[in-house]
Write a protein that binds this ligand. Sequence first.
Ligand SMILES: [Zn+2]
Length: 279
Amino acid sequence: MNRFVSVILTVCLLALPCLGSAEEEFMLEDLVELEELLTYNNVEWTFPLALEDMDPVLIRLANKHMLLPKEDAPDPIVSMPARKVLKDGSTNGGVNKASGVEMQLQKECGEALLSWFEAGLTEGITLYLKSAYRSWQTQNTMYYNRLKKNNGKDDGWVSKPGASDHQTGLGCDIVSRSWRDKSMNEKFASTQEAAWMKETCAEYGFILRYPEDKQDITEINFEPWHYRYVGVPVARYIMENNLCLEEFHEQLRAAIDEFLANGGDLRYVQAYMQVSAEQ
Ligand SMILES: [Zn+2]
């Protein structure tokens, strides 16, 4: 959303309780001032991104310390159409799936992924969606299968149920043609497709979820194929500042604490204060 429009919307919301009082009508000058200061109800907001530029649903964290509830599923959810090449050589706007399996994503993420894949095609980059939304139950099965295979040891390749980015419906494993059927490893990073994805992801609202230099923070091995949708403003901020999602949340939480300490209204920020489901 355009920043100016979102500021107007915010002001309209703030003005609701004052309706009917002529003295408290907002003027255009007030709007401009609000835009420059970036305050909420006159309390300064120090984070580089406005609240309106961050959708709490899209930036939701899932890791072993921040577990998603069992029943948590993307809403709205869409099935990803398979790409078909039509008679005239054009495509139907679907994605290439690495398997025949039905894949689902959160709606906004799915639409952004289609645009990103289409952009790739125009530059000779053909991408395949290998894995998308996974339910808590599916993750549970995968995790315990992996443990069994590994003599009970958690090797960091499969997340615990509730801890998987795939449960958000915003995490996508994306590969090139030659990696469609292979089991994944970090050598994928040296492909042309992986380089193109890293370079262009933010413009479509995606981030590299598990970067190589953040393994000690994410506690997940480098995954050059796993991209996460967070929306364009957040994706740009994260990729430009070389952060991982965990670091982004740490910064955001510090800004929220500061806002509240300065007397900010909890109702503005509450949706961003995620709590872990019970272990
Ligand atoms: Zn993944």
